[in-house]
Ligand binder design. Structure first.
Ligand SMILES: [Zn+2]
Length: 124
């Protein structure tokens, strides 16, 4: 990451940190909301339709938790790479990831070319 100055890294580290706080907060909020939209008093007799609805909400929440968890994982990965000095290099070709790209997306682990290629392979 020779192309990144300590100032650049400091700024990116701060952005990663606030992204992590936001992701953690989202995750906690999603988890904390568990049960709040389940019909409570006056709804003692559950019909099958109610159960299906509750299940659907649970699935949505699980998907949200999953998205948050993946985001958190990417942020943590970027922070680890920053700590071991590999941050800012493409994990596929080893080229420097331009600062502009890192600024736009601090969790980027690939250069634009390799990212496009990786997504193309994923969606096949
Ligand atoms: Zn690359």
């Amino acid at each position: 990451m020779k192309h990144l100055t300590p100032e650049d890294l400091g700024t990116l580290a701060q952005r990663l940190d606030s992204m992590k706080q936001a992701a953690l907060r989202d995750l906690q909020e999603t988890e904390a909301s568990a049960g709040t939209d389940v019909p409570a008093a006056g709804h003692e007799v559950h019909s099958n339709a109610d159960d299906a609805e509750v299940e659907r909400i649970d699935e949505t929440r699980e998907a949200e938790i999953e998205v948050d968890a993946v985001r958190l994982h990417d942020i943590t990965l970027a922070q680890q790479r920053m700590a071991d000095g590999s941050y800012g290099s493409c994990i596929d070709c080893g080229e420097d990831i331009p600062l502009a790209r890192l600024t736009a997306q601090p969790i980027a682990i690939r250069c634009a070319g390799c990212q496009t290629e990786a997504e193309r392979l994923q969606h096949r």
